[in-house]
Design a protein around this ligand. Structure first.
Ligand SMILES: O=P(O)(O)OC[C@H]1O[C@H](O[C@H]2O[C@H](CO)[C@@H](O)[C@H](O)[C@H]2O)[C@H](O)[C@@H](O)[C@@H]1O
Length: 362
C-alpha cells in the first residue's frame, strides 16, 4: 500500500460517495463468505495491520491512516487515485447503508425483540481532539433515551464506565465500559424483557486493577516529554492518545509505550483511532460483553431476538463478528471510507446514527 493511500481521511471519502445499491448476485445482506469472495475486497478496503503484535512499520502506518478531522490535506482527486475509483461504491454494495435499507432491516425485525448496542466515541459523539470534551448532543441523548424506552439498550465503549455514564447521563441504560470489562445495568432491568430484577455488575478483569494503575503512572511519567500525548485511565484499560502529537514524534511515543509494556506480558496493545489501547490479555472483548448482556437480559437463547450493534472502531469488530457467527441481528459500521469489516450494514457518521435511531423509534 502506498503512503498516499494510507493518508486517507474520512472526509476525503465524501467526494466519491454514491448512493448504495443492492448487489443483486449476493444474499442480502451479504454473508461473510460472499463478501470475502468478492474480487479485490481486501484491496478496496483501507487495509491496516491492526494486530497487537504488529511490526513497527504497521504501527506507524496505522497511525498515519487513522482518520483525523484536523488533518485534511489531500484533495478528492488524490483519494480517487489512491483508493481506486468506484471502490467505495462497491464497498457500499457489500455493506449497504442501514438508512437506505431501513425497511428491509425492519422487515427482518418483525415479531422480534430488538436489543440495541451502541458504541460511544465516533458513534454517538463526534471525534474531537480532547477526549474529555467528546460530548454527545442533546438531540442524540434524546434519541438514545427514546430508543431505550422501546428496546433494551446498552452502551459499549473503551471508556471507563463512570466517565461514559457522565457523558451519556441516562440511568435506564446498560453500560459496558473498559471494552466490556466493566458492565453495569439499571437497577430494575428493562421493562420489555424478562431480565432478572437484580442489578447486573460484572468485572472480569478486577485482578488487573493494581497493575493497570501502576502502568498508568509509568506511562504518564514516560510519555510526558512527548508534546500533545495524553494517557487516559479507563479503569481496566488505558489509552495513550496521539491525535495531538506531531507525526514525526509518533515513532518515539510508540517506543516509549513499548518500553513500559515489555515488563508486563499480561497486558496487550491494540490500536484505535489515533490511540494506543492497553488492556489485560484475558479473553474478553466487546463481543463477549454483547453475549453477556443478552444472557443477563434473559434473551441469549431465543430466536425472536434481533440484536443491533452500531460502532465505528476496530474493537467493535469483535461484536460484529459475534453477530455474524450467530447469524442473528446485524452489525452496523460507522465509516465514510471502505474498511474491512464484519458488519452487515453501514452508516456514514454520528449524524446518520441519529437519523437511524430516530427512525427506529418512529
Ligand atoms: O469504544 P469507544 O467508545 O469508541 O472508545 C474508544 C476510545 O475512544 C476515545 O478516543 C477516541 O475519541 C476521542 C474523542 O473524540 C479522540 O480524541 C481519540 O483520538 C479517539 O481515539 C477515548 O478517549 C479512548 O479512551 C477510547 O479507548
Amino acid at each position: 500500500m502506498t503512503k498516499q493511500s494510507l493518508m486517507l481521511t474520512e472526509e476525503h471519502a465524501v467526494a466519491v460517495v454514491a448512493a448504495a445499491t443492492t448487489f443483486s448476485n449476493f444474499p442480502y445482506p451479504p454473508t461473510t463468505a460472499a463478501i470475502l469472495s468478492f474480487p479485490g475486497y481486501k484491496k478496496m478496503c483501507c487495509q491496516i495491520d491492526l494486530g497487537g503484535g504488529g511490526k513497527r512499520s504497521s504501527w506507524i502506518e496505522f497511525m498515519a491512516a487513522a482518520a483525523s478531522p484536523t488533518q485534511i490535506k489531500s484533495s478528492a482527486a488524490a483519494l480517487t487515485a489512491s483508493l481506486g475509483s468506484g471502490d467505495y461504491e462497491r464497498w457500499m454494495e457489500l455493506h449497504p447503508s442501514a438508512l437506505h435499507n431501513f425497511d428491509e432491516l425492519m422487515d427482518a425485525s418483525k415479531g422480534k425483540q430488538i436489543v440495541m448496542f451502541l458504541d460511544y466515541d465516533g458513534t454517538l459523539s463526534p471525534i474531537v481532539d480532547d477526549p474529555d470534551r467528546a460530548f454527545m448532543s442533546d438531540e442524540m441523548r434524546e434519541a438514545v433515551r427514546d430508543v431505550a424506552n422501546h428496546f433494551p439498550t446498552a452502551i459499549v465503549s473503551g471508556r471507563c464506565r463512570d466517565k461514559l455514564s457522565n457523558f451519556v447521563r441516562l440511568s435506564e441504560l446498560y453500560y459496558a465500559g473498559s471494552h466490556g470489562m466493566d458492565i453495569k445495568g439499571p437497577i430494575h432491568g428493562h421493562k420489555h424483557t424478562k431480565a432478572k430484577a437484580k442489578a447486573v455488575l460484572f468485572q472480569p478483569a478486577s485482578e488487573f486493577l493494581p497493575m493497570i494503575d501502576e502502568v498508568y503512572k509509568k506511562l504518564v511519567e514516560t510519555t510526558h516529554s512527548v508534546p500533545g500525548s495524553r494517557v487516559e485511565n479507563n479503569k481496566f484499560c488505558l489509552s495513550v492518545h496521539f491525535r495531538c502529537v506531531e507525526e514525526k514524534k509518533w515513532n518515539a511515543l510508540s517506543d516509549k509505550v513499548r518500553s513500559v509494556l515489555k515488563d508486563y506480558p499480561k497486558l496487550r496493545l491494540t490500536h484505535g483511532r489515533k490511540v494506543m489501547e492497553i488492556r489485560p490479555t484475558i479473553k474478553w472483548d466487546k463481543g463477549k460483553a454483547l453475549e453477556f448482556l443478552l444472557e443477563s437480559l434473559g434473551l441469549n437463547n431465543q430466536n425472536d431476538v434481533l440484536p443491533l450493534y452500531i460502532g465505528d472502531d476496530r474493537t467493535d469488530e469483535d461484536a460484529f463478528k459475534v453477530l455474524r457467527d450467530r447469524g442473528q441481528g446485524f452489525g452496523i459500521l460507522v465509516s465514510k471510507i471502505a474498511k474491512e469489516t464484519n458488519a452487515a450494514f453501514s452508516l456514514r457518521d454520528p449524524s446518520e446514527v441519529l437519523t437511524f435511531l430516530r427512525r427506529l423509534v418512529e
